[in-house]
Design a protein around this ligand. Structure first.
Ligand SMILES: [Zn+2]
Ligand SMILES: [Zn+2]
Length: 391
């Protein structure tokens, strides 16, 4: 048994002062206050002083890191990326595909499913865990494709979707789809029926079409404002639906590059603390110097923190701990509120049980933050490691 103490704990829905958190195996068994409970004699105590214990971050949209791309790299490459993620507080993630030729996508899905299956068996290593796959493309709009290669975009059909599902052995947990495409409604309904979180994005949909997508089973939006038809006050489109429809949660890339800080504030004001989610959309370039990196089937160039391909933004080099600090800095939300957007909210949106919240019975995935929101240590499935990565 291990015991952790700190100055504060965010569940993140509640705050516990002077917390005592007990872990047995890979699970949390008890959370209380040091004033009400002594550290059990059998427990190995780690005191984190003035730090704050929060749930491990969950990144539901990430393409790579540490020089490795989730569609191209082998298990050793992904493990290096997963250690980088853990050093930035991420304990669970969805490796995310980009649009590629169908055989390349299926090969990547097969490999990613293997990585997930292996991670379920082997819990001995300190690194972020892949819990499911996010399929971003090929069912997206030509008009709002961003850097997804236009030649490989596909019209959604149940048949193609099932091809991906089979290749991934049912490990797809999230799909980004444009609701205006012919056949999208059927695929949205089928994906929702299989328990996938259907997210609307890379879309030029008008308001009515977006609502039809929600009616079919979509309940989330991918990187809000980015790769979407812009808001117009007479045709609010997908952005209007995202901001005002309480059936939709939505995520955003709060790196200060993809969205102006004032838009981050608008987004949070509209979606509130319940329906807002932070993602990184990080690429292989994350944690690496400027240069050229793979993103699925193509190459991106990174200069001064901007990931570009074809003269357009192509993912980010954002880390989740920085996204949390940015929210505090851009909007004046508290660290506790910002932490929720990176832990409990994505876990709930993605249907991940026992993650994203510190409570008895949940996984011992914990981030130790300084009062300024820097990662001091990360605990993955009960294994503690101090973090030395410069933020
Ligand atoms: Zn995208
Ligand atoms: Zn992406």
């Amino acid at each position: 048994m291990i015991a952790l103490t700190a100055s504060r704990l965010y569940t993140p829905l509640d705050c516990v002062e002077q917390p005592l958190l007990l872990v047995e195996g890979d699970s949390i068994t008890e959370i209380g206050s040091q004033t009400a409970r002594n550290v059990p004699a059998a427990a190995k105590l780690t005191d984190f002083g003035d730090a704050i214990l929060v749930p491990g971050f969950v990144d539901i949209h990430i393409h790579g890191g540490a020089g490795h791309d989730v569609m191209n790299d082998d298990a050793a490459g992904l493990a290096a990326m997963e250690r980088l993620l853990a050093s930035h507080g991420v304990t669970s993630y969805f490796p995310t595909t980009v649009t590629a030729p169908i055989d390349q996508t299926c090969a990547a899905l097969d490999r990613l499913a293997q990585t997930i299956e292996k991670a379920e068996q082997d819990r001995s290593h300190w690194k972020a865990r892949p819990l499911g796959i996010h399929l971003e493309g090929p069912f997206i709009s030509h008009l709002r494709r961003g850097v997804h290669p236009s030649g490989d975009l596909l019209r959604p059909t149940i048949e193609t979707f099932d091809c991906f599902w089979q290749a991934a052995r049912g490990r797809i947990r999230m799909i980004t789809i444009a609701p205006e495409l012919e056949g999208a409604t059927e695929v949205i309904a089928e994906a929702a029926r299989r328990g996938i979180c259907v997210s609307l994005g890379h879309s030029n949909a008008d308001l009515d079409t977006t609502r039809a997508g929600i009616g079919a089973g979509a309940r989330h939006c991918t990187h809000g404002f980015n790769a979407m038809r812009p808001l117009d006050h007479r045709e609010p489109g997908i952005v209007g639906a995202m901001l005002t429809d309480s059936r939709l949660s939505a995520d955003m890339i709060a790196d200060g590059i993809h969205l102006d800080p004032s838009i981050v504030k608008l987004f949070l004001t509209a979606k509130g603390s319940d329906l807002s989610v932070l993602i990184t959309d990080a690429t292989a370039a994350t944690g690496m110097p400027d240069g050229h990196y793979r993103l699925g089937p193509f190459e991106v160039e990174v200069k001064d923190g901007r990931c570009m391909a074809d003269g357009k933004l192509a993912g980010s080099v954002l880390t989740m701990d920085r996204a949390v600090r940015n929210v505090v800095q851009f909007t004046g939300w508290t660290l506790q509120q910002a932490v929720r957007l990176a832990s409990w909210n994505p876990a709930r949106v993605a249907g991940l049980r026992g993650r994203g919240k510190l409570e008895p019975g949940s996984k011992a995935d914990i981030v130790v933050l300084t009062p300024a929101g820097e990662v001091k240590a990360t605990i993955v499935g009960g294994a503690v490691a101090e973090c030395t990565t410069a933020n």
